[in-house]
Design a protein around this ligand. Structure first.
Ligand code: ATP
Ligand code: MG
Length: 334
């Protein structure tokens, strides 16, 4: 178990800076999710903590100790990747034992650790099988077993579930969370999937082009996004953005309003008028897509039991002023 701190962490490739200074103090046993779109720097940040990428500026400390110059093997971390790359010619048992064998650990200790990990991951029936004789979820579990046997202080995950189908992803997500709690280990987990981030994280780092736009607990970030980018990225369907002039507010501002906070109202009532393009009835809820003056697209998310307006119909759109989020031209929350 360990604390991890990142201080003004920067990374450049040649003259191009891709991480522009990230700061966070991670508590012992905390589950941190790094979330953001493709290319925003998630893997780079994680790989710096792992020691697989050099640090250009700033400091990484694990349990208070600077690790910038330490080799990956000496950082007391273990990493699980999207491409878990098991050795195809080795059994499950041998795959899990391999790293320890290389580290010249006594055989009895290796066997004990592999047995313990296999039990924890419910891999006992498969120990003699080769990777190709396993399902995707079982293979992912072997990859985690390989990390667990090292008994690291910090677990690093880079999109470990993106090769799995949707159902298995949900199941494995739960398993990872339970495992992390059970082992009490500090975890940094990279994903571009905001649902995965919301459900796994104690706190998340929302990355936007190499900048940590916001760091906070999932529901806190959802309820109180500090930038237009975070408001648009966290929450599904995404926040609606409307030019303020349309609503009679000062120009140069943008208003964000979440689909679940907008309701269909009779024409003439509500804040503005919209034209219904189409509706998506999903059972429990319905998504209604509209355009309003100036061509702004708006999505309304309403309860599945509420009447759905017809395509081409003009309707009013209402919301509580308290639910409005205002952003300046640079995307900062006002
Ligand atoms: N070895 C490298 N040399 C030059 N640029 C790189 C290198 N590795 C990454 N980059 C650049 O750094 C930026 C961040 O890349 P990174 O792999 O961290 O993104 P990511 O958030 O993990 O994206 P994804 O979700 O697609 O995996 C990208 O613009 C990428 O092109
Ligand atoms: Mg990546």
């Amino acid at each position: 178990m360990a604390t991890v701190s990142l201080e003004s962490l920067k990374k450049s490739y040649g003259k191009t800076e891709v991480i522009h200074g990230v700061d966070i103090e991670i508590s012992d046993g905390e589950f941190i999710v790094i979330v953001g779109p493709s290319g925003c720097g998630k893997s780079t940040l994680l790989r710096m903590v792992a020691g697989l990428e050099g640090v250009s500026e700033g400091e990484i400390r694990i349990d208070g100790q600077r690790v910038n110059e330490k080799e990956p093997m000496d950082r007391d971390i273990a990493m699980v990747f999207q491409n878990y790359a098991l050795y195809p010619h080795m059994s499950v048992e041998q795959n899990m034992a391999y790293g320890l064998k290389i580290a010249k650990m006594p055989k009895a200790e290796i066997n004990a650790r592999v047995a313990e990990a296999a039990e924890l991951l419910q891999l006992e029936p498969y120990l003699k099988r080769r990777p190709r004789q396993l399902s995707g979820g079982q293979r992912q579990r072997v990859a985690m077993g390989r990390a667990i046997v090292r008994r690291p202080s910090v677990f690093l995950f880079d999109e470990p579930l993106s090769n799995l189908d949707a159902k298995l992803r949900v199941q494995m997500r739960l398993e990872i969370k339970n495992l992390q709690r059970e082992l009490g280990v500090t975890a940094l987990y990279v994903t571009h999937d905001q649902v995965e981030a919301m459900t796994l994280a104690d706190r998340m780092i929302v990355m936007n082009e190499g900048v940590a736009d916001q760091i906070g607990a999932p529901l806190e970030v959802y309820a109180n996004p500090q930038t237009e980018f975070v408001a648009g990225f966290i929450g599904s369907p995404p926040t609606n953005f409307i030019e303020a002039e349309i609503l009679g507010a000062p120009a140069g501002t943008k208003i964000g309003i979440r689909p679940e906070h907008v309701a269909i109202a009779p024409v003439g009532q509500g804040r503005t008028t919209g034209l219904v393009l189409y509706a998506e009835p999903l059972g429990a809820e319905t998504l209604i897509h509209l355009t309003i003056a100036g061509g702004n697209a708006v999505t309304v998310r309403q309860d599945g039991a509420v009447a759905i307006p017809s395509e081409g119909e003009q309707v009013g759109l209402s919301w509580r002023e308290d639910d409005e989020m205002r952003f300046d031209a640079s995307g900062r929350r006002l």
